[in-house]
Design a protein around this ligand. Structure first.
Ligand code: NOJ
Length: 561
């Protein structure tokens, strides 16, 4: 594999609204992030991904952008951003932005102009489509529920609609319009000129549409089908757009780009993330994909740790075969906390967090850590639907109630699957509101913040935080770096509840074994080597010669000779 500057790095996702509030308004901001750069440096991460910080009405928490070339005042301003860039660079960290160009906000000037004049240039930036027989143009259901079609504001009496795969406040941008594409290249270049190292690219599969807007077979009793089903049908057209985007923006800057792409296949993996792919890498979202194959919370399965492992291993093999680069994750702002979601209940704790971290950090590719994951944050306990902010959770609650579920049952579904689980404030200390804000936090604070926080973990050598620090440092160790970054991945099947794989370097002969036991029962394993040495362990782990014993929750990385 051709070496790139981002290979061997570790990335960290910041959800700015919940990271650190510097001015007491209850919302995280750029000055707050700047005040925590030393912390991030001490963790050892190299690339910071900022979820959207652009001006936005926040219907979908900033993924509805009203101005692509500015900062929302709740976060600060462009000067603060420049300081953040400078201070991050001074600490050896790069910053990447969130690129959300499948849609903008209905508050964006483009959409306002488009609605005001259906013959304007801006009207061509959107999909304004005539209804079919007095009905919506087709039967697609948006990601957040309801039709993807909505009457154009100011034209409610006419038989014409705009498309929105997400909320109705997120009108889809029409990539088939050359002028729109030029606008996208301009805004990407704006941030590249500010020194950002690249982008996380949002919902990119949705930019292609079947312009005849056909109906698809329904996937639920409402007669509609999930908009994502349309993405898969039109994939062959995406190359022309993404190659152009890359050539005009990312490539000349040698940018690092990570795509949010679901349904990666043998056919598409090279195209998207191979040596000449549209992006540097793609997130491994395969566990989420398995869950979201069902349109509603009521049908979401509860994944077992073995299903999670199977997803991760399949992805590792898929990318390896294609010589492609993947970005493994445990969680992000769209998913519940991994410890609560994937592990059996007896590991919904610090030991579970350390075990998952050990499993993640030596996988092939560039790992992304989501804020709070490094201290082992679990799901937040929500007691009432009013405590949720996420529009999808609220819609699912409404639907569950409409379908006859009790308040408790509907709430339990949101509590298990809701995106707000991971969006609650970062836990810095045991001070009021976990030291996140001196004001009233925009989303409730995790119930365990008195004991589960950065400050408490700093001084505990066995804390998840210090374990993550060691893992990140180990990944960078020059003696291991080549194997961890470019080495072969091989699954090591040791039965249900055991997560294990090998990383091997064919040139040097180096072999690393990663192993974690989620079972109640302890595991004794004869490692396949004549000598073994533990590089890092957590929990109950004993290595006697080549006999390894792992207690419940124990995890280790060994070098095999
Ligand atoms: C994916 C983002 O991660 C999610 O938070 C957002 O709601 C949708 N894309 C729409 O932008």
């Amino acid at each position: 594999m051709e070496h790139k500057w981002w290979h061997g790095k570790t990335a960290y996702q910041i959800y700015p609204k919940s990271f650190c509030d510097s001015n007491g308004d209850g919302l995280g901001d750029l000055k707050g992030i700047i005040s925590k750069l030393d912390y991030l440096q001490s963790l050892g991460v190299d690339i910071l991904w900022l979820s959207p910080i652009y001006p936005s009405p926040f219907v979908d928490q900033g993924y509805d952008i009203a101005d692509y070339e500015n900062i929302d005042p709740i976060f600060g301003n462009l000067e603060d951003f420049d300081v953040l860039m400078r201070e991050a660079k001074a600490r050896g960290m790069d910053v990447i932005m969130d690129l959300v160009v499948n849609h903008c906000s209905s508050e964006h000037a483009w959409f306002k102009k488009a609605c005001a004049d259906l013959n304007s240039e801006e009207a061509g930036y959107f999909y304004f489509v005539k209804g079919k027989d007095g009905q919506f143009p087709n039967n697609l259901r948006s990601y957040f529920g309801g039709s993807v079609w909505e009457k154009i504001p100011g034209h409610e009496d006419e038989d014409i609609y705009y498309s929105h795969y997400f909320a109705k406040e997120q009108p889809d941008l029409n990539w088939y319009n050359e002028k729109l594409r030029e606008q996208v290249y301009k805004l990407v270049t704006f941030w590249l000129n500010k020194g950002v190292a690249g982008f996380r690219v949002d919902a990119i599969l949705s930019i292609v549409k079947d312009l005849s807007f056909p109906d698809l077979p329904p996937d639920d009793a409402d007669g509609m089908t999930h908009a994502a089903k349309m993405n898969a049908r039109n994939l062959s057209q995406i190359g022309q757009f993404l190659n152009e985007l890359k050539a005009r923006t990312f490539a000349p800057h040698d940018s690092f780009t990570v795509g949010e792409v679901l349904t990666v296949t043998k056919e598409s993996v090279t195209e998207f993330a191979g040596p000449n792919g549209y992006f540097s890498t793609l997130f491994d979202l395969s566990p989420r994909e398995l869950v979201e194959a069902n349109p509603h919370y009521r049908d979401y399965p509860n994944l077992t740790v073995d299903q999670f492992k199977e997803c991760v291993f399949n992805t590792q093999e898929l990318y390896q075969q294609a010589d492609a680069f993947v970005a493994p994750i445990i969680e992000n702002h769209d998913e519940p906390r991994g410890v609560s979601y994937y592990l059996p209940e007896h590991l919904h704790n610090a030991q579970g967090a350390k075990l998952l971290g050990t499993f993640l950090m030596f996988l092939r590719g560039i790992p992304f850590i989501y804020q709070g994951q490094e201290i082992g944050m679990t799901n937040t306990k929500f007691e009432h639907i009013d405590e949720f902010n996420d529009l999808f959770a609220k819609e699912e609650y409404r639907l569950s109630r409409e379908e006859g579920k009790s308040e408790q049952e509907a709430l339990a579904l949101c509590a298990r699957h809701g995106r707000d689980n991971a969006r609650t404030p970062m836990l810095w200390s045991d001070e009021p509101n976990a030291g996140f804000t001196t004001g009233t936090p925009w989303l409730r604070v995790h119930q365990d913040y008195k004991t589960l926080n950065v400050k408490a973990q700093e001084s505990d050598p066995l804390s998840p935080l210090n374990h993550y620090r060691k893992l990140i440092a180990l990944r960078k160790d020059p003696k291991l770096h080549e194997t961890v970054t470019y080495g072969n991945f091989e699954r090591n099947e040791l039965g249900a509840g055991v997560l294990s794989y090998l990383r091997t370097n064919q040139e040097s002969g180096q072999r690393l074994l990663v192993i974690a036991n989620t079972n109640h029962e302890s595991l004794t394993y004869q490692v396949p080597a004549s000598e073994a040495c533990a590089l890092i362990t957590t929990g109950e782990v004993e290595l006697q010669g080549t006999t390894l014993t792992l207690g419940c929750g124990g995890a280790a990385i060994l070098e095999l000779k």
